[in-house]
Each structure stands twice: as structure tokens, then as C-alpha cells.
Design a protein around this ligand. Structure first.
Ligand SMILES: O=C[C@H](O)COP(=O)(O)O
Length: 294
């Protein structure tokens, strides 16, 4: 009977993939560990963030919102879309709040004041934007954001009542020179030095070499680092934070590879860049956890 149920689920999953025009992926890796289902328990939902970065016109954003609103999101997955600041009010008003939340891609480290061009956490809260992405590697690289500055912004956002997607990740050079764990430790330690309450934080592990390159980390590579990060939290923060914290993966996640990544026990979701701009693809990714369970 159980075999029949599983076969039925696989058929449903294949249908869902086909309906989104996605080639079917093999099922072998889906036999991987499902222990994270237990660990996340009823309280933790799989988390899928879409970081639209500096993309979108009035017409493309309208189309994307329509495509997303037409799709379905499983109840065990929290989906958050992060448009540009300019598009945020429109997306916030038009995206189906029953399925999607919205996020900013950054906020300022101080409150309201003379900070020309910056957007405060208070202003985001006032506009009912409850999430913010902080520490993205593009901001670290292009805007010189240091570990300390990112940590200060995390503290400010959390103190203001926002939830934070805190990004960390190593460059290829750091990975290849054996400094990956040292880099990740320093990025996390800076944040841990400033905040006590991790209940409104999602940590996004985004290896810089995988971002926008099409070179996705293998499920095993992602799992290795996520397991390391979970142990880091157990050793340096607390076992309960280590257990409940969602650690998501970002870097060339797409509709084809998301399901295999989602089978890994310490991968609690994704932060998606390029593929989040394609409605049908992003909807497949939003359903990855459900598909991985099938
Ligand atoms: O925030 C998202 C990450 O930078 C991943 O971007 P990507 O999916 O285009 O590689």
C-alpha cells in the first residue's frame, strides 16, 4: 500500500513539474535523508526567498506578480519575495498575501534621520514590509559592507521588529585556500556578537562562486556546509537555536536542481536570484520541499 502511495505521489510530482515545463529529475537523490522534516517539526516551515536584485520594469514586475498569484504554495513553505525598493509598495499591495510575503533587499543601520538615499528599518515596518535581506555578498563586495556593519544592521532590523535573512558565504579563492570555515565563522560570530534572539532570523548560506554563475553547489556540498553551520550554532549559541534556526542555500538554484537540494536534511530552504524572476520556475522552487517529500 505504502509503495502505491509513494508511486502516486511521484506521479503527482512529475505532473507538477511537467505542467511548469520542467524536465523531470531523477528520483535517486530523493531517497536521501528526510530527517530535517522531523527536526523542523511543526513550527518550522521550509523557506523560499526570491531576491529580485536590481531587476524589473513596471511591466515585467506586473507580469511576475500575476504569474505568482496564479500559482500555489504549499502550507509547509514560507515564500518571501524581495523586489527593488521602487517596486516594493506595488508588489506588497498586489502579491497574494495568503501565499507570499515581501522583503526589502537592504536597510540602513540607523533610524530616521539625515541619511540621504538610505531606507530605514522603521520605514520598512511602516510600509508593512516585515523582512529584510542583509549581508548579501553583492553588498559586501560592491558596497564594502564589513562583517561588523552587517551585524549592526541585523541588530537594528531585529530591534525594529523586522525579520532578517542574514547572508554569509565564501568566495572561490577562500574555499580553495582552505579558509572557508574561517570566513563563515567570522561572518556568523560578528552577528552572534550583536544579537541574542535568533527567532526572527533565517541564515542564507550563499557561496559567492555559485551566485549567478550557473555553478550550483551539489546537494552534498550544501549539506556539508549547512551541517557545519548547525554545529557552529550548537557550539557557539545554543542547541535549541541550532535545532530551530532555518539555514537556507543560495546560488544558482533553479527549477531543475531545487528538488534534489531540498532532500538534504540541513537545507531548510533557498534564497533564489535569477530563477525568482521567472514566475513558473519560482513556483516550482516554492514547491520543492513538497516535491522532495513525494
Ligand atoms: O540572493 C540570491 C543569490 O544571490 C543567488 O542568486 P542566483 O540564484 O542568481 O545565483
Amino acid at each position: 500500500m505504502r509503495v502505491q502511495v509513494n508511486a502516486f505521489r511521484r506521479t503527482l510530482r512529475a505532473r507538477a513539474l511537467r505542467s511548469h515545463g520542467v524536465p523531470q529529475v531523477g528520483t535517486a537523490s530523493q531517497q536521501g535523508s528526510r530527517r530535517h522534516l522531523t527536526r523542523m517539526g511543526c513550527d518550522g516551515k521550509f523557506f523560499v526567498g526570491g531576491n529580485w536584485k536590481s531587476n524589473g520594469t513596471k511591466s515585467s514586475v506586473t507580469k511576475l506578480v500575476e504569474e505568482l498569484n496564479a500559482g500555489s504554495v504549499p502550507s509547509n513553505t514560507e515564500v518571501v519575495c524581495a523586489p527593488t525598493f521602487v517596486h516594493l509598495p506595488y508588489v506588497s499591495e498586489t502579491l497574494d498575501a495568503g501565499k507570499f510575503q515581501v522583503s526589502a533587499q537592504n536597510c540602513w543601520v540607523e533610524g530616521y534621520g539625515a541619511y540621504t538615499g538610505e531606507i530605514t528599518a522603521e520605514a520598512l515596518g511602516d510600509m508593512s514590509v516585515n523582512w529584510v535581506i542583509l549581508g548579501h555578498s553583492e553588498r559586501r563586495a560592491l558596497n564594502g559592507e564589513t562583517n561588523e556593519f552587517v551585524a549592526d544592521k541585523c541588530k537594528k532590523a531585529l530591534d525594529t521588529g523586522l525579520s532578517v535573512i542574514a547572508c554569509i558565504g565564501e568566495t572561490l579563492e577562500q574555499r580553495e585556500s582552505g579558509k572557508m570555515f574561517e570566513v563563515l565563522d567570522a561572518q556568523l560570530a560578528a552577528i552572534a556578537g550583536k544579537i541574542d534572539d535568533w527567532s526572527s532570523v533565517v541564515v542564507a548560506y550563499e557561496p559567492v562562486w555559485a551566485i549567478g554563475t550557473g555553478v550550483v553547489a551539489t546537494p552534498d556540498q550544501a549539506q556539508e556546509v549547512h551541517a557545519y553551520l548547525r554545529k557552529w550554532f550548537a557550539d557557539n549559541v545554543s542547541p535549541s537555536v541550532s535545532k530551530s534556526l532555518r539555514v537556507i542555500y543560495g546560488g544558482s538554484v533553479n527549477a531543475e536542481n531545487c528538488s534534489d537540494l531540498a532532500t538534504k536534511e540541513d537545507v531548510d530552504g533557498f534564497l533564489v536570484g535569477g530563477a525568482s524572476l521567472k514566475g513558473p520556475d519560482f513556483l516550482v522552487i516554492a514547491n520543492a520541499f513538497e516535491m522532495a517529500r513525494a
